[in-house]
Each structure stands twice: as structure tokens, then as C-alpha cells.
Design a protein around this ligand. Structure first.
Ligand code: GAR
Length: 207
């Protein structure tokens, strides 16, 4: 599944399980992304998601953050790998490293992240657990453009789910994950369509 013709190339960055990666692979198979996944990169050599990429015939690379003394050097290595693959869009899918200006300046407005909460509520790690602990009655998922502000970039797509009284953090996270898988592909298609602008903090689709 390599980019064909003028199809924009997509890189997916993972650190772990890779269920969002799998959802993007499935959407790619159905030609629903507006581009093709050209490369999957993990910062962890043992990430189970790497097997999902291999099973789909997608090239993989490991850029192990522990090999780099400084974050900027790690990010330069990531940028080199992604530039060599000529990708237009970078999708963070459970990629658990903060990215700073060395990376973000190389891909302006071209890095997406999926987060398991209705941002701006519950940024950081364990968004679903945070929502459950707080006691909200509605939780959800967000896909946003990545900026220097943690989980703070313009929101491309969101989906809400109810929180039930008998939920555990695990059952809530599983309900949110179903929505993550649905909205990530939609958000990728939105961004690759190019038919949008940023107005202040707002991601606005052009009709
Ligand atoms: C997903 O729930 C994703 O939203 C979350 O990590 C999980 C990765 O699962 N990301 C964050 O919390 C980022 N702050 P996956 O590897 O099965 O896609």
C-alpha cells in the first residue's frame, strides 16, 4: 500500500497497540483517506502496532527515542525519515512522545493527533480515565492539529459518548475508542482535501 501517482503520502506514528493505526489501514484499503499510508514509524521497537503495519505490507521504521540524548536530535531523526518517505501528512496514533518545534516546524499544519477526551477537557495522558474520575456524564474523542501547546491545536473532528453509571475506566475507554476509529479517518480526509482554513483557533471546512 504505497502512494500511487499523486496520492498524498501519510505517515502514522505509534508507540503501542496500534488500534487507531489499524482503523486508518482499513480506511485506506477502502480508499477513504484521500491519500495512502506510506510509512509507519514507532519510537518503541516492541510496539505491537508494527506487526499490524507489516501485515498490511506498509514499510515500517523504528526511531527509538532512547538512542538520542536530546529531544531535538530525536525529532531531527524523525523528520529525516518522514522527508525521505515524502509524506504530506503525519498522523499521531497513540504516539506517546511530546513533539516540539524541531518537528512541528518541518510539517506546519500537517500533523494530526487523536486524543481520548473532548478537548480542551482532560489533556495529557489517560484522557478516558481522567473523564471517568472527574465524573462527567459525556465523554468522547478529539482529532486535532498538533501545535506546541499540549493537546491544544485546532480541533478537526470530535465525537461524544455517554458515560454510564456502571462504567469502569476500561469500559468507558472502549466506548471512546470506537469513536476514535471512526473520526480519525474522517479527519484525515478533511485535512487532505485542502478545503479548510484556520480562523483563530477554529478549523473551518470550506463548502
Ligand atoms: C488511543 O486511545 C489514543 O487516543 C491515545 O492512546 C491510545 C492509543 O491506542 N492517545 C493519547 O492519549 C494521546 N494523548 P492505539 O495504539 O490502540 O491507537
Amino acid at each position: 500500500m504505497t502512494p500511487s501517482g499523486s496520492d498524498p503520502g501519510i505517515a502514522v506514528l505509534i508507540s503501542g497497540r496500534g488500534s487507531n493505526l489499524q482503523a486508518l489501514i482499513d480506511a485506506d484499503r477502502l480508499r477513504q483517506l484521500g491519500g495512502s499510508i506510506a510509512l509507519v514509524v514507532s519510537n518503541r521497537p516492541d510496539a505491537p502496532g508494527l506487526t499490524k503495519a507489516q501485515d498490511a505490507g506498509i514499510p515500517i521504521r523504528v526511531v527509538n527515542h532512547t538512542d538520542y540524548a536530546e529531544r531535538a536530535a530525536f525529532e531531527r531523526a524523525l523528520v529525516d525519515v518522514l522527508r525521505a518517505a515524502d509524506v504530506s501528512l503525519v498522523c499521531l496514533a497513540g504516539f506517546m512522545r511530546l513533539l516540539g518545534p524541531t518537528f512541528l516546524d518541518a510539517f506546519p499544519n500537517a500533523v494530526l493527533n487523536i486524543h481520548p477526551s473532548l478537548l480542551p477537557a482532560f489533556p495529557g495522558t489517560n484522557g478516558a480515565q481522567q473523564a471517568w474520575t472527574y465524573g462527567v456524564k459525556v465523554a468522547g474523542a478529539t482529532v486535532h492539529l498538533v501545535t506546541a501547546e499540549l493537546d491544544g491545536g485546532p480541533i478537526v473532528r470530535q465525537a461524544a459518548v455517554p458515560v454510564h453509571d456502571d462504567d469502569t475506566p476500561e469500559t468507558l475507554a472502549a466506548r471512546i475508542l470506537i469513536e476514535e476509529h471512526r473520526i480519525y479517518a474522517d479527519a484525515v480526509r478533511d485535512v487532505l482535501s485542502g478545503a479548510w482554513t484556520i480562523d483563530g483557533r477554529r478549523f473551518v471546512r470550506r463548502r
